[in-house]
Design a protein around this ligand. Structure first.
Ligand code: GLC
Length: 459
């Protein structure tokens, strides 16, 4: 029942999300989850589930004009793919490819990124090493279509991915590589002999097995580069573009080699492809309706877009905290999408919001990090989490934005016993529980409006 409910919720959520922007990957259904058997992977997954909060960077050619990531070169007639003016499609693609000549992020400062994200309370970082457009943000030896070959070539940080990963490792983050299996730039995926009508390969594998083989070798080769050690130890391989399966590119053997070599326990996220190589699931732009017992992560944008766009309608810090509370209470992690500017910085409008989230987490993080779920996990805008041993419960209250703080917080179930405190400031709280199991907590005067967390023991 719970699982069916969750799937329906995901379907509803993705329809709405699709109107906002972008193609949204369906979450695989619960029956498709397969627990890993490699103990190193199980251990890493366990550690990852404690982190709760991460960042997903989208940075690439699309950051120059500030448009939807990659998708505008895909000739599918849908609302969320808008194209420049009335440019004919072929001309448009040429213009888009030529952005490789203008992406020159002279202010690229991965230390600034890492400083902001660490301050925001994030604990893992995933970076777009290559998006669907095929433009590599790492120094691939297998193509010239990369940040390391254009105007940025001479820069000491031209192998961008390495510098991003190093900066985040320095701050103690777990590291994930986003990599798109589809690649619309290589001729072995979209071959110039034919038109490119949609996201798929534009030829028949049966007729051109050699092209397909070259695509497979190219893709496996690039993954090999990312896993070669040049980019340090990876914790997560986050594979996007589920219309190509891991099996299509020999993911099993890539993982086997990586895990037995430099990347023990590497978590594989073959998104929306059920089974052994989807070590956690990735509902997108929304949170499942109910708790899920297997590992999952909601990826949600800080604005409406994954990449940088001008005048982005950013979510408030309170909204992000509410998303984090809900995700945690349902047993998942929150992966927040942030788009650096074409110059290579996190813009101030994103930065202050992220730092404000971190300010809250410094005072209330005990209710989030390394917590586990508890059966009664929600009542209205109150979300419950539990300490690992289950002895302590946390109630995270997420009032609607702009709402004045009530004098009393009320919830049903999870009856407290003994001492109760406000996490922020460790102040003792008075409360009562009535015969129907309804608890009323009195908030002291002067509590700031906004999310707060309460700590107590369960009766
Ligand atoms: C979707 C989109 C892709 C984006 C990803 C991020 O799969 O296709 O553009 O990178 O979501 O979650």
């Amino acid at each position: 029942m719970a699982a069916a409910g969750a799937i329906m919720a995901t379907a509803a959520m993705t329809a709405e999300a699709q109107q906002v922007q972008g193609f949204v990957h369906q979450q695989s259904d619960a029956s498709g989850y397969e627990w890993p058997t490699d103990t190193a992977v199980i251990n890493k997954l366990d550690q990852w589930r404690d982190l709760k909060f991460g960042v997903l960077f989208h940075w690439g050619l699309y950051s120059v004009p500030g448009i939807v990531e990659s998708w505008s070169i895909c000739s599918e007639d849908v609302d969320w793919i808008s194209r420049k003016g009335n440019m004919p499609y072929e001309e448009y693609k040429k213009w888009y490819w030529s952005l490789a000549d203008s992406l020159n992020p002279t202010q690229f400062d991965p230390a600034q990124w890492a400083d902001i994200m660490a301050d925001a309370g994030m604990r893992y970082a995933i970076f777009t090493t290559k998006h669907h457009d095929g433009f590599c943000m790492f120094d691939s030896r297998l193509t010239d279509f990369s940040i390391a070959k254009g105007p940025f070539a001479g820069n000491e940080k031209s192998d961008v991915t390495r510098h991003v990963f190093d900066a985040f490792r320095d701050k103690g983050f777990s590291i994930g590589a986003y990599f798109s299996k589809p690649d619309w730039h290589t001729e072995w995926f979209w071959n110039p002999e034919f038109a490119t009508p949609n996201r798929h390969i534009n030829y028949k594998k049966e007729r051109h097995p050699d092209w397909w083989k070259r695509y497979q070798d190219f893709t496996a080769g690039q993954l090999g580069e990312l896993l070669s050690g040049r980019y340090g130890r990876l914790d997560i391989l986050w594979l996007d573009g589920g219309w190509i399966k891991g099996d299509d590119i020999g993911l099993d053997s890539i993982l086997l080699e990586a895990r037995s070599g430099r990347h023990p326990g590497l978590i594989s996220v073959d998104r929306s492809i059920r089974g052994r190589n989807e070590n956690y699931q990735t509902p997108e732009r929304g949170i499942p309706e109910k708790q899920l017992s297997y590992p999952w992560e909601s990826c949600i944008t800080l604005s409406n877009d994954w990449g940088w766009v001008p005048d982005a309608p950013y979510k408030s810090p309170e909204k992000v905290i509410a998303l984090l509370a809900e995700t945690t209470a349902k047993g998942g992690c929150l992966l927040l999408g942030v788009g650096p500017t074409a110059e290579g910085l996190i813009e101030p409008e994103a930065e202050w919001r992220l730092r404000a989230v971190g300010e809250w987490l410094r005072r209330n993080g005990e209710a989030i990090y390394s917590t586990v779920t508890t059966p009664i996990y929600n009542d209205g805008n109150v979300w419950f989490t539990a300490s690992k041993d289950g002895s302590t419960l946390y109630a995270i209250v997420t009032p609607a934005e702009g709402e004045a703080m009530p004098r009393q917080i009320t919830w049903n179930g999870n009856e407290p016993k003994g001492r109760m405190t406000l996490l922020d400031g460790r102040r003792k709280l008075s409360y009562s529980t009535d015969r129907n199991g309804v608890t009323r907590v009195n908030l002291p005067k002067g509590v700031k409006a906004g999310p707060l967390a309460i700590k107590f023991r369960k009766r």
